[in-house]
Design a protein around this ligand. Structure first.
Ligand code: S3P
Length: 169
């Protein structure tokens, strides 16, 4: 089985979907932001705020590279900006991972970002987050699988729909 990577905007539910998909497929699940936090002793938000986004991006790529080197199967929830970096997309392709874009409307993502305790330095205002969402959309589109998640769709049914797509795609 190939490694599956889940991409999509902040607040689209990557981590939750990755956990549910991994449970269904009975494979390990990894959250890239958590791996970065454990490796660096600082969260992605702290790294972006204290060291700058470009330092964070290079740590993010190094962490992804190390992770893919040792992972044989499983599901990875990427950070919202991981897939946007070309070097990361190349890395993911080189390891023959299956990429999934979890496509969720901006309003739904923003609603979650707004009430979340988690600091997202790149999405602190609605205007900033929306501009980023629009800019990134065509790049998320490059993922091998594209799946829309409607806010009222039950997680289990969504995972069934997703695994069917993976089986047929
Ligand atoms: C980022 C998304 C965050 C985190 C960092 C940068 C981004 O992850 O990696 O704050 O550039 O969109 P989530 O998508 O899990 O919020």
């Amino acid at each position: 089985m190939k490694v599956i990577v889940i991409t999509g905007f902040m607040g689209c539910g990557k981590s939750k979907v990755a956990r549910a998909l991994a449970r269904r497929l009975d494979v390990p699940v990894v959250d890239l932001d958590d791996v970065i936090t454990a490796r660096e002793g600082r969260t992605p938000a702290q790294l972006i705020t204290e060291a700058g986004e470009s330092v964070f991006r290079s740590i993010e790529s190094d962490t992804l590279r190390e992770l893919l080197k040792k992972m044989q199967s499983g599901v990875i929830a990427l950070g919202g900006g991981t897939w946007i970096q070309e070097t990361n997309r190349e890395l993911i392709a080189r390891h023959s991972c299956l990429s999934i874009w979890l496509d969720v409307p901006f309003e739904v993502c923003w609603g979650r970002i707004r009430i979340s305790d988690e600091d997202r330095p790149l999405g602190r205002t609605r205007e900033q987050a929306q501009a980023l969402y629009e800019r990134r959309k065509p790049i998320y589109q490059l993922a091998r699988f594209h799946i829309q998640r409607l806010p009222d769709e039950d997680l289990n049914s969504f995972i069934s729909r997703l695994t069917e797509e993976l089986d047929h795609g």
